[in-house]
Write a protein that binds this ligand. Structure first.
Ligand code: SF4
Length: 307
């Protein structure tokens, strides 16, 4: 909706309003509060679509996890969003408003501004390249939120061409690759995008990104019970880690969703996996789930009914 659409107002007034004001691109439709302090918001776009964004507070950080598309076309098997068809890309101002609204929420409920932003919500950011970059330009500009680009991470399921484009554009923000399986055979089973963007092409693209930007990348690796949690799997992961200038591997606790076959490994297996990586000098960190009681954790965003 724009002022021009408000035909119940006079033409003069519509024109004046359009020259002097902007309408918010999004409105908050519902909010849910987790017992761990995480807050999930559902936002409504001007054309009635719903997307979700999450505020994740810790003792030292206030992070917004934001969406870049309405639905997602990549159909990762473990992700609730992957079961929703992609409707359209979010416009840059819709992404920016999402961040601004979560920032307001952070100030109001936690008394702190956002310290970090991750593009890990609904959608594949590199398939909405222009809008994501334009939103980051605004977030980092003095007229926007003046946030340092080093506090922003774009996470991709593995679009090699987009990773190379980020290198060519010499971006200053951080990049994470959602690897989740360290052989093509296993990755193909859970992430169909691997059929057109195999691990070798991603390693090459990440090296190109590093050469162009000087920024090390982060790997994301969700542990799935009896699928990618053995020492052999850790060895494959280590092989990839050694071929890419990477500063960190985030090992993420899996949050089961209704329609996927995966489970979370037992605690002892998680600890053994972490220990194995540590022994091989991999800088790995275990990320515990946040907001799982409200379906706000990694891979759970699906516009489920919010009461
Ligand atoms: S994990 Fe990301 S890329 Fe994969 S289906 Fe979910 S939102 Fe899309």
């Amino acid at each position: 909706m724009s002022f021009a659409d408000m035909t119940n107002l006079s033409k003069d007034l519509r024109q004046k309003l359009g020259e002097n004001f902007t309408l918010p691109a999004l409105s908050t439709d519902a909010t849910q509060f987790s017992s761990d302090g995480t807050i999930k918001s559902r936002f409504k776009t001007h054309d009635g679509h719903l997307i979700e964004g999450v505020l994740i507070p810790t003792t030292s950080r206030f992070t917004a996890c934001v969406s870049s598309q309405i639905g997602c076309s990549l159909s990762c098997k473990f992700c609730a969003t992957g079961y929703i068809d992609r409707k359209r890309n979010l416009e840059f101002d819709e992404i920016y408003d999402q961040v601004a609204l979560i920032n307001q929420q952070s100030e109001k409920t936690k008394g702190k501004k956002l310290s970090n932003i991750v593009f890990m919500g609904m959608g594949e950011p590199l398939l909405n390249y222009k809008n994501v970059l334009k939103s980051i330009e605004r977030i980092t500009s003095p007229d926007g939120m003046a946030m340092s680009p080093k506090r922003i991470t774009v996470s991709t399921a593995g679009v090699a061409k987009g990773i190379r484009q980020l290198g060519d554009d010499k971006v200053k923000f951080k990049l994470a690759l959602s690897l989740h399986a360290a052989t093509d055979k296993k990755r193909h089973e859970i992430m169909p995008i691997n059929d057109t963007n195999n691990i070798k092409s991603l390693i090459d693209a990440l090296n190109y990104f590093y050469k162009q930007t000087g920024t090390q990348v982060t790997f994301e690796y969700i542990l799935f019970k009896d699928f990618n949690d053995s020492p052999d799997d850790a060895d494959e992961l280590i092989k990839i880690y050694r071929q890419v200038p990477a500063d960190l591997v985030n090992i993420i606790e899996y949050n089961p969703i209704d329609f996927a076959r995966f489970q979370k490994p037992e605690e002892a297996k998680v600890e053994a996996f972490m220990e194995y990586l540590g022994k091989h000098r991999v800088n790995a960190r275990l990320r515990r789930s946040r907001g799982k009681d409200i379906d706000a954790a990694c891979g759970q965003l699906a516009n489920k009914e919010i009461s």
